[in-house]
Design a protein around this ligand. Structure first.
Ligand code: SF4
Ligand code: SF4
Length: 348
C-alpha cells in the first residue's frame, strides 16, 4: 500500500466561473451539467477558513470575467495577501469597467488570453461569437493601468492555438504580442482534426511546435508534460469547481471527490477517494471505477505504458511552481517575456 501523507497545500485552483459567452468547437464547458459562478461570500469564507493558502488560480473551464463578483474576489484576495492568477486562460471579450483597474491595483499576477488569430475574421473561426477588436482594446486598457501604476502586473500572455486557418498569421500575432507587452505562447490543439495545420515546417520554424498527426497533443510530445503538470495537481495544486466540488485536477470533468463548501477543505483533500486516486496515479493500487481518473485518457496512457507518477515528479512540480512565482516576482517584465518565449519554443 502507498504512504498516506496528509496534505496541506498553500496553492489551490478555485475556479470562479463556468459561464462563457463564446462557442468554441472543442470546448468542454457546454457539456457541463452544473454551470455557474463562485460568489464573493463563498470565496471569502473559503479563504478565511484556510489561511494557509497563499496562491489561488481563478480560471479553469469557463470565462473568469463573466463572474459578476470578480472585483470583490480579487480585492479580498489582495487584502488577505493571496496572489491570484488567470493562467488556465480567459477570452477577455467582456470585462466590467472597474475590473480593468482592479486587475492592476490588486496585483493579479498573470492572465493568459486566448487569441487564435491576428485578424477579426480568423479569430472568429475558432472563438465563435468572439470579437477580436474588443479583446485587443481590453488588453490596451489593462496596459493603460499598468502604465498608470508603474506595475508589471498582471503579466499578459497571448495563447495561440495553432490551426490551419491561422498558421500564416503567426508572425503577425507575435509582432502584435510584442507591441501589446505580452509573451506569445503557441500551443497544439487538443483535437487536431479541427482545421489541421498545412505547412508543418513553417509552423515548426515559427513556434517550435511539431505536428505529427491526429491527437498530436495527447499522444505525442506533450503527454509526459501533461501528466507531470496535470496529475501532480492532486498533491500540490488541487482544482476546486465554482460550487465547491473537489475535482482534483483541472482536466477532470467526470466526477468529484467531495465538496469543500460542505466539509472542510483539508478533510476533502485527504479523504479516502483522493488518496486512492493518488495511489492509482503512483501505480500502487488498481484502478477503481468510482475514481474519476479511471476513465481519463491520461490514466489510460499511464496504465498502458506502466509509467506512473513518481515522488520526484510531484516534488519537482511543486518546486517548479515556486520557482516560477519567485522568478515572476523578481525579474523585470521584458526579461520574463523573453525567457518565457524561449521556454515555450523548447516546450519546457
Ligand atoms: S472561450 Fe474557453 S470556455 Fe469559452 S467557449 Fe471557448 S474554450 Fe470554452
Ligand atoms: S489521470 Fe486524468 S483526471 Fe486523474 S489527475 Fe491525471 S489528468 Fe487528472
Amino acid at each position: 500500500m502507498f504512504k498516506n501523507i496528509i496534505l496541506n497545500p498553500r496553492m489551490v485552483r478555485l475556479e470562479v466561473s463556468t459561464l462563457c459567452q463564446l462557442d468554441c468547437p472543442s470546448c468542454s464547458v457546454k457539456k457541463l451539467k452544473k454551470k455557474g459562478y463562485l460568489t464573493a461570500d463563498k470565496f471569502k469564507k473559503f479563504v478565511d477558513e484556510n489561511s494557509v493558502i497563499k496562491k489561488i488560480e481563478l480560471s479553469n473551464q469557463g470565462e473568469v470575467f463573466l463572474n459578476p463578483d470578480l472585483y470583490e474576489i480579487i480585492r479580498y484576495a489582495y487584502e488577505k495577501g493571496i496572489s491570484v492568477s488567470v493562467n488556465n486562460g480567459a477570452n477577455l471579450n467582456n470585462v466590467e469597467d472597474r475590473v480593468f483597474e482592479a486587475l492592476v491595483k490588486y496585483k493579479v499576477r498573470s492572465i493568459i488570453c486566448a487569441i487564435d488569430g491576428a485578424a477579426a475574421e480568423t479569430y472568429k473561426k475558432y472563438r465563435a461569437g468572439g470579437d477580436f477588436d474588443a479583446v485587443i482594446d481590453n488588453i490596451k486598457r489593462i496596459n493603460f493601468y499598468k502604465s498608470k501604476y508603474h506595475s508589471k502586473y498582471p503579466l499578459l500572455h497571448w495563447q495561440y492555438i495553432v490551426f490551419g486557418h491561422n498558421e500564416l498569421e503567426i508572425p503577425q500575432a507575435k509582432k502584435m504580442a510584442r507591441e501589446l507587452r505580452m509573451s506569445f505562447k503557441p500551443i497544439i490543439p487538443w483535437d487536431s482534426t479541427i482545421s489541421p495545420v498545412n505547412n508543418k515546417e513553417f509552423v515548426k520554424r515559427e513556434t517550435g511546435l511539431e505536428f505529427k498527426g491526429i491527437n498530436d497533443d495527447i499522444e505525442n510530445q506533450e503527454t509526459s508534460y501533461h501528466l507531470f503538470i496535470l496529475c501532480t495537481q492532486l498533491w500540490n495544486y488541487p482544482q476546486i469547481q465554482w460550487n465547491g466540488d473537489m475535482l482534483g485536477c483541472c482536466c477532470n470533468d467526470r466526477g468529484n471527490f467531495g465538496n469543500v463548501f460542505e466539509q472542510s477543505f483539508l478533510d476533502v483533500l485527504n479523504n479516502e477517494s483522493m488518496n486512492y486516486a493518488r495511489g492509482m496515479l503512483r501505480g500502487v493500487v488498481a484502478g477503481r471505477e468510482d475514481i474519476p481518473c479511471s476513465t481519463c485518457v491520461f490514466y489510460q496512457i499511464m496504465k498502458e505504458n506502466r509509467k506512473w507518477i513518481s515522488s520526484s515528479q510531484i516534488r519537482l512540480a511543486k518546486y517548479r511552481q515556486k520557482f516560477i512565482e519567485i522568478f515572476f516576482k523578481l525579474a523585470p517584465e521584458a526579461v520574463i517575456y523573453k525567457i518565457m518565449a524561449f521556454l515555450y519554443s523548447k516546450r519546457v
